[in-house]
Design a protein around this ligand. Structure first.
Ligand code: F6R
Length: 368
């Protein structure tokens, strides 16, 4: 069943290009996104005033990325909440609110209960779900299925890239309905999304090199992760993977937050992964992240960078660089997750741990 791979997780990481490609299938025509599952909801989607995205763990990070994209492309305020926090704080929602839930299993009790709460309050509901016919999918007004295929390993990998793909498709669909993006601009974004599978396949070729680093770091007690914009949820995901698989203390930060506290954690030898934005683009956050790298490096941090191929500016300050093919800001997460997933998996394997079935965790959390 593992098809020659050492674990389901390794197999599922390798299946990520297909997970993205299959999620894109049948959802565009003539350079424009069209999601047939949302037919009949056009008026609703034109009329909504805000969006609340709900999910837990890795799915919530897909939601955070979705917020950046939907706000930028469709110009609607988006809030992201953890499903289990949402319904216990009397959230302000009504029939002009769209609740977009994200769940691989479609059975996560926290998310299901939050969706039910939203329905009671009169909100419209759409779910992004990887399991056909799952409870959350059935409860929602509409469902955008991710086509990642069954995910067996407890840690979510290919489902995440499929979720980000689906939320981007949704953002582009909404932008078209609401007229917030020019046709040309929207089709360039779609083309970039369609280019992800081939680019992601090249990122996966660095597996052996990442394994080497992970093995070498198998005694590490703490790892920090930094990113900005859509790279921030990538940092959070890198930390979550390391915690759940390798049982190592890890934290992800928005790089801009460093000087507001976390930089005090930096001491000589502290490993820090940094997700470096592309240097291209007028509004690139690249210079700011490079200056963060210089700040932590000056305090002795061991810098492990994920940067665009050809970006020479990080080389003088990084102890190790993993590269991703050039892509504009929104498409970097889809390429930058893989090195972090592989790192956590290989570090766990080096410690002799079961990467498919980490302690204390279940694949589908059907209790509150
Ligand atoms: C992390 C992980 C969990 C799930 C979370 C939500 O690797 O797998 O954080 O992402 O429990 O699960 P779903 O997406 O099934 O609702």
């Amino acid at each position: 069943e593992k098809g020659g791979w050492s674990s389901f997780m390794a197999k599922e990481i390798s299946e990520q290009p297909e997970a993205v490609a299959n999620t894109l299938l049948g959802r565009s025509a003539d350079g424009a996104v069209h999601i047939p599952e949302l037919d009949g909801l056009d008026d609703t989607l034109r009329g909504i005033e805000r969006i609340v995205i709900l999910g837990c763990g890795t799915a919530a990070y897909a939601g955070m990325i979705g917020k950046y994209a939907i706000e930028k492309w469709a110009r609607i305020p988006v809030e992201v909440d953890l499903s289990h926090e949402f319904r216990y704080r009397e959230p302000v929602i009504d029939e002009r609110t769209l609740v977009l839930s994200i769940s691989q299993s479609g059975e996560t009790m926290d998310t299901l209960m939050a969706v039910k709460y939203a329905i009671e309050a009169g909100a419209k509901t759409i779910s992004i779900c990887n399991t056909q016919g799952a409870t959350i999918a059935r409860e929602s007004d509409a469902v955008i299925y991710t086509h990642a295929g069954p995910e067996v390993a407890v840690a979510s990998t290919k489902a995440l890239v499929a979720q980000v793909t689906a939320v981007y498709l949704f953002g582009l669909h909404l932008a078209r309905l609401r007229g917030t993006l020019g046709t040309a601009e929207a089709s360039v974004l779609l083309a970039e999304l369609q280019a992800v599978p081939a680019k992601l396949a090249t990122v996966l070729e660095q597996h052996a090199e990442i394994r080497e680093l992970a093995h070498w770091m198998s005694d590490t007690r703490s790892v920090l992760f930094l990113g900005r914009h859509v790279g921030y949820p990538v940092a959070l995901e890198g930390a979550l993977k390391l915690k759940e698989l390798a049982y190592i203390h890890a934290e992800g930060f928005a790089a801009g937050e460093l000087k507001h506290g976390p930089i005090a954690l930096i001491e000589p030898g502290q490993p820090v992964f940094v997700v470096v934005p592309s240097p291209r683009g007028a509004d690139s956050l690249h210079p700011k992240v490079v200056s963060n790298i210089q700040e932590i490096r000056a305090r002795g941090a061991r810098v492990l960078a994920i940067a665009e191929a050809g970006d020479a500016s990080v080389l003088p300050y990084a102890d190790k660089v993993f590269t991703i093919p050039p892509a504009s800001a929104f498409f970097e997460p889809l390429l930058a997750f893989a090195p972090l997933q592989i790192f956590a998996m290989e570090l766990a394997a080096a410690k002799g741990l079961d990467v498919d079935q980490p302690r204390n965790l279940a694949k589908s959390v059907t209790v509150e």
